[in-house]
Design a protein. Structure first.
Lengths: 472, 378, 98
């Protein structure tokens, strides 16, 4: 398995081998552009098609057709001529389209004429009291264990939150004989009414029938509590129970495992560190890059495809990947455009795949009490900073996340704000009576993932660089 | 926002905050006008050294001013702790500038000699130590370390916590802190100053311009000058590790949290958003040659800051003759000099007059008619 | 907390956790193998010593930090197991030389 890029420069570098990245790299490579696809995991598929080339859960009805649809795209990318390197972590991308990637313990530096970021999404933080206890994980984590290793919960298991992925996970766990004691649905009742205007689009979308079938499948086998408005995880050094409140009653459920999920949000770190402008998306309650119809961003030469450009799901990601790739081909090798699918075909398919998204966004808008904690609830997991600490900093004059970072170290840990950034922005917005756009976000820089000092030290250096450092 | 204050400070960084805090401590009413969340803010981008050695070559008065700050820092730390409960982890047990290879050792030795020979300089006991002498104090140094200079007065502090402590202290003293209020115009009218900001006007009997590099544009508004020569510096920060570095170096220090800061560069580039990894590579390489075990630590952050740097590297303290009651204060060493700013400069501002014995050498009149760019230490 | 699906017919791999032999499967990440082992694999944070287990299993939370073959602070959820691998659960700050 090759760990070092074969060339110093490529026409196109694609970062992330999930649906968008696989589609983009396959497309540009098929058009004859030199293409490098870099992915951090051991195998392709990103999150939604995780371990698709290696999963032990091979009976197709267990992970489902949407999962296995990815297998063809993986084969297409692998046959396309794109150079694919797994276990390669990109830690820097800048405006000059210079990429630093760590692979096999060493860093390589490549340049590109076009970069397509397909780094996808991550779970929205779910900062409830006790969420840092051992035994509390994300639904995505459980799904990763299931897909990659065929592992399912077998202890006292509670799933809490909302959104389509939560039902998908529950269904997959139950199909594999795993145990679910209770599902605590935090969908706000009022959202059903708010989502009505979008209901027609949803009902005529691909998601409706699948979603309904899955919920029925799960509800037949697991206890479900709806209208959950409070959640607390408790235990001494380890999760022991989950307490919830729903429609006026309260219950404590003994638990060894709590799986939390309230949607996914773009993983913005690499894009922001590269200087890509983002704005606060109040529909999806997250930071989204400003992009045009081809996925081009505010940085010339960098496009974003997939959930990193705004949550849309796998089918949408594939199509956005194709569109971004097409734009790259148009710009770098216009004669090869004829080899690609007609643009209107792709865009029509995209519109179809995007139907129903608004309904989901509105229905599954996470409730504020689950996005904005208070008191001793941990906001920054890495540096162990609480909600009250954040409010104290606002009280002495911190106006945004960067001053807060100076005062309390939020965002200084290795995760670089991935698990606290949204919470911090919204908590400060609420405390100051401003909107999140005004509050802003952490200013991110490379390395966006940690690398060793030795690896950094081994990078190229010039005499001028030495002179700038060695003084006196 | 039309309240009259005794003093308005333009700039809420370490320097402005120290002076404001010191004025509050003397019972004055103070307003601090600051920028917002996104600002250059050298106070968030420094190496946190409370440093004496190698300061003041070319201006002996600066060595005196620096040693004074070094001696009074412990008192500042104690008062901040008493007032806010925050321990800023001030440590003063000596610091090093280590050299790699013989040529660097020679060069450093020459600097030490030049500084010893300065007439009028304070005695700060900086001396050259051989590699084996250094190893007695820093057991984990690598074989390429050829020795270095040591000064027993050097130390460091948690500068971010200090910054936080000053701002927490504002509340105790009833100092008004106004973020998101950059000053666009300064007028003097009827014996008081009027500062224009996007959110209204502030009036004060006296003002202190403590806006870092921006003092260069603000100072002329009160008939003063503050020629600045900023440079960019990059820093690399590692994850936490067990304590291994009992003394700070000019280029490596271990924080009270356990993280390791590695620096630093001096570049003419003034964009603090972009980084040159090749420079980080040089710093990282030197760090692992100084302490080989650092090689396997993970770098979790790197950043760049724009140094507040008066053109010759030495502080500027001035009071206006055309606008009585207006002061200018800026320097590179906002951390080291914080105690002087809090105790001495605050006292002078409160009294309405700078004290020539302490800060007379730092007037910007020294730049008049002179195009020399002297300082090369930073 | 977790059990293996009985359709899992991947090859067995033996790893060592704080010296004790643990059975894993080819393709497991270190974190998955640890969570499946039934052992207490909680780490203690470098900030306060608080106990933690992996949270996200996708490389963004850094709660899965573990020492692998003598190298500390590796993200266990991103490293595939290998036969003979030595894993140590971390308590606190990274040790010198590890």
């Amino acid at each position: 398995m090759t760990t070092t890029p074969k060339r110093d420069s490529y026409d196109v570098v694609v970062i992330g081998a999930g649906p968008a990245g696989l589609a983009a790299s396959a497309t540009t490579a098929q058009a004859g552009l030199s293409t490098l696809l870099l992915d951090e995991n051991a195998g392709p598929g990103g999150q939604v098609w995780r371990a698709i080339a290696s999963t032990p859960v091979t009976a197709p009805e267990q992970l489902g057709a949407d999962y296995w649809a990815g297998a063809d795209l993986v084969k297409e990318a692998q046959a396309s001529g794109a150079e694919i390197i797994q276990r390669a972590t990109v830690w820097s991308l800048d405006r000059r389209l210079e990429i630093a990637v760590s692979s096999g313990g060493a860093s390589a530096f490549v340049t590109a004429r076009r970069v397509i970021l397909a780094t996808g999404a991550l779970e929205r933080p779910f900062p409830i009291p006790g969420w840092t206890l051992p035994g509390v994980m994300t639904a995505g984590a459980a799904q990763t264990m299931l897909k990659s290793s065929g592992l399912v919960p077998d202890g006292r298991t509670v799933i809490a939150g909302q959104g389509p992925l939560l039902w998908l996970l529950a269904a997959q766990i139950l199909r594999l004989g795993g145990r679910i004691d209770c599902i605590l649905d935090t969908t706000e009742r009022g959202n059903y009414f708010a989502a009505l205007p979008y209901a027609l689009d949803f009902v005529t979308s691909p998601y409706f029938a699948k979603g309904l079938a899955m919920m029925r499948e799960v509800k037949a086998k697991a206890r479900v509590v709806t209208g959950v408005s409070e959640l607390v995880a408790s235990g001494e050094g380890q999760l022991a129970s989950v307490t919830y409140a729903a429609r006026g009653h309260r219950e404590t459920i003994p638990a060894d495992l709590l799986l939390l999920h309230q949607g996914v949000v773009p993983n913005v770190n690499l894009a922001m560190a590269a200087g890509v402008e983002h704005h606060w998306d109040d529909r999806q309650l997250c930071w989204s890059p400003l992009t045009d119809a081809d996925g081009n961003t505010s940085v010339v030469g960098i496009a974003i495809a997939g959930d990193g450009a705004g949550i849309g799901g796998a089918a949408v990601a594939v199509l956005r990947g194709r569109i971004a790739a097409r734009a790259a081909v148009e710009s770098l090798a216009p004669a090869a455009i004829a080899k690609l699918d007609a643009e209107n075909v792709v865009r029509t398919a995209l519109a179809q795949a995007e139907r129903g998204r608004s309904f989901l966004d509105v229905l599954f808008r996470p409730a504020p009490q689950f996005r904005i904690p208070s008191g001793n609830t941990i906001v920054c997991r890495c540096e162990e900073v609480t909600a009250q600490d954040v409010l104290d900093s606002v009280a002495i004059g911190a106006t945004g996340p960067n001053q807060l970072k100076a005062y309390r170290r939020t965002g200084m840990g290795p995760c670089q704000g991935r698990l606290c950034g949204l919470t911090v922005t919204e908590l400060m917005a609420q405390a100051r009576g401003k909107c999140p756009q005004e509050i802003g976000y952490y200013r991110l820089r490379a390395p966006v993932k940690p690398i060793t000092l030795a690896e950094l030290a081994a990078g190229p250096k010039t005499e001028d660089d030495v002179k700038a450092v060695v003084r006196g | 926002m039309h309240r009259d204050y005794d003093v308005a400070i333009v700039g809420g960084g370490l320097l402005g905050s120290a002076i404001a805090w010191g004025l509050g401590r003397l019972g004055k009413t103070v307003a601090v006008l600051d920028e917002g969340d996104i600002a250059k803010r050298a106070s968030r981008a420094n190496f946190a050294l409370v440093w004496v050695q190698s300061k003041g070559l070319g201006m002996p008065a600066y060595t005196v001013w620096t040693v004074r700050a070094s001696e009074s820092w412990a008192r500042l730390a104690a008062e901040l702790k008493e007032q806010t409960g925050l321990d800023v982890s001030h440590q003063r047990n000596g610091g090093f500038h280590l050299t790699l290879g013989e040529a660097e050792f020679e060069q450093r030795g020459q600097l030490v000699t030049r500084m010893h020979n300065q007439v009028g300089a304070a005695d700060y006991r900086m001396e050259m130590l051989s590699a084996s002498e250094v190893r007695k104090m820093l057991p984990l140094i690598g074989p390429q370390v050829s020795g270095g200079s040591f000064c027993p007065l050097d130390g460091h502090v948690n500068s971010l916590r200090t910054y936080r402590a000053f701002h927490a202290g504002f509340r105790q003293f009833g100092i008004d802190y106004f973020p998101e209020r950059p000053v666009s115009a300064i007028a003097r009218d009827g014996g008081e100053f009027r500062l224009s900001t996007p959110k209204g006007e502030i009036r004060a009997g006296k003002i202190v311009l403590a806006a870092g590099n921006a003092n260069q544009t603000l100072a002329p508004q009160v008939g003063l000058a503050a020629p600045m020569g900023p440079t960019r510096g990059q820093i690399v920060v590692t994850e936490r590790t067990m304590p291994f570095l009992p003394h700070p170096l000019t280029t490596i220090r271990q924080t009270d949290e356990g993280t390791v800061m590695i620096g630093d560069s001096k570049e003419d580039e003034l964009d603090d958003r972009t980084l040159k990894h090749s420079i980080s590579a040089v710093m990282a390489d030197r760090a692992q040659r100084m302490f080989p075990h650092l090689a396997r630590l993970n770098v979790v952050r790197s950043w760049a800051g724009i140094r507040v740097m008066p053109r010759d590297g030495f502080p500027i303290y001035d009071q206006s003759e055309t606008h009585p009651g207006a002061f200018v204060a800026c320097c590179h060493s906002g951390v080291t000099l914080a105690s002087n700013h809090a105790f001495d400069v605050a006292r002078m501002v409160a009294a309405g007059a700078l004290e020539p014995e302490l800060v007379g050498a730092f007037s910007a009149r020294r730049f008049a008619g002179d195009s020399a760019v002297v300082n090369n230490q930073y | 907390m977790f059990k293996r699906s009985d359709q899992d017919n991947r090859l067995s791999v033996q790893i060592f956790v704080d010296g004790a032999a643990v059975a894993a499967r080819q393709g497991d990440t270190v974190s998955a193998a640890l969570l499946a082992s039934g052992r207490d694999v909680r780490r203690a944070t470098a900030v306060s010593g608080a106990p933690r287990l992996p949270y996200c299993m996708m490389g963004v939370c850094f709660d899965c930090l573990v020492t692998i073959d003598g190298v500390g602070n590796r993200q266990g959820c991103l490293v595939p197991v290998a036969d003979g691998m030595q894993i140590e659960i971390q308590k606190g700050k990274r040790e010198i030389g590890k």
